[in-house]
Design a protein around this ligand. Structure first.
Ligand code: HPA
Length: 255
């Protein structure tokens, strides 16, 4: 049985919506998600290990009337994984039926108005990783205007109203793994970034090349260019994850 078949079987049908849960954001899916967990080492297409401290499990089941696949733990370029490996989860979600994907990440603030704990809806991105999942002989020229679904962004805005302060901005994706120098932070802000991180952009490109709708959120964990650590990033993300779960649960019927 292929990985996609196993997921469809376990979820009792094709997946409606897939999630990728970023650093410290395992709790960004709610308690109401009735799930079965399959560790990545039982899914050959994902059987390379995520960061220590990332769980590396695929959760599948139903949430808010939708068949959901949540990938908890992602592979990053800075671990030495290829763009193809980094986007294997997106490919698998698509093969399991998902036509929409919700990407989440922990990110540093470039926008000086942002505070740690803020949620940012990603409106657009700048890919500065220096690589691309579409590289290759069969390279495709994917349109990236409105890569982040205007329809789903409107739904997020509507549901965030009153309950949550929702920032909106541009996410800059870097290779990492070091955090930014002060000069880099200044540069990234100057070119139009509001938040910076080390994931998401390749997944968005891969998802758009497959025709999937993309919705993405950054959980702001720190000011970029200020001293930070992986512990601070995952700590703030952990604390704020339930707020993200609450918002996602509201949007879910519209995805
Ligand atoms: N920079 C890059 N990636 C990050 C940051 C940051 O400040 N915080 C969380 N991920």
């Amino acid at each position: 049985m292929s990985d996609a078949e196993l997921i469809r079987d376990t979820a009792h049908g094709p997946i409606d919506v897939a999630f990728v849960l970023g650093s410290g954001l395992a709790a960004a899916i709610g308690d109401a998600f009735e799930r079965t967990s399959v560790p990545y080492d039982r899914l050959p297409s994902l059987a390379f290990s995520p960061l220590p401290g990332h769980r590396g499990e695929a959760l599948m089941g139903t949430w808010g009337g939708k068949r959901v696949l949540a990938l908890s733990g992602r592979a990053h370029l800075y671990q030495g994984f290829t763009p193809e490996q980094v986007t294997a989860g997106v490919q698998l979600a698509h093969a399991a039926g998902a036509r929409a994907i919700v990407l989440t990440n922990a990110a540093g603030a470039l926008n000086p108005k942002y505070d740690p704990g803020d949620l940012m809806l990603i409106d657009d991105h700048i890919n500065l990783t220096g690589t691309n999942p579409l590289l290759g002989e069969r390279a495709s020229f994917v349109d990236m205007l409105d890569a982040y679904s205007p329809r789903l962004r409107a739904a997020a805005r509507k549901h965030a109203k009153k309950r949550h302060r929702l920032r909106e901005g541009v996410y800059v994706g870097l290779l990492g793994p070091n955090y930014e120098t002060a000069a880099e932070t200044h540069y990234l802000r100057t070119i139009g970034g509001d938040a910076v991180g080390m994931s998401t952009v390749l997944e968005t490109i891969a998802a758009r090349s497959l025709g999937m709708e993309v919705l993405a959120f950054s959980l702001i964990t720190n000011a970029a260019g200020a001293q930070t650590s992986h512990e601070e990033v995952t700590g703030v993300a952990n604390e704020s994850a339930p707020r993200l779960a609450d918002l996602i649960e509201k949007i879910l019927p519209e995805i």
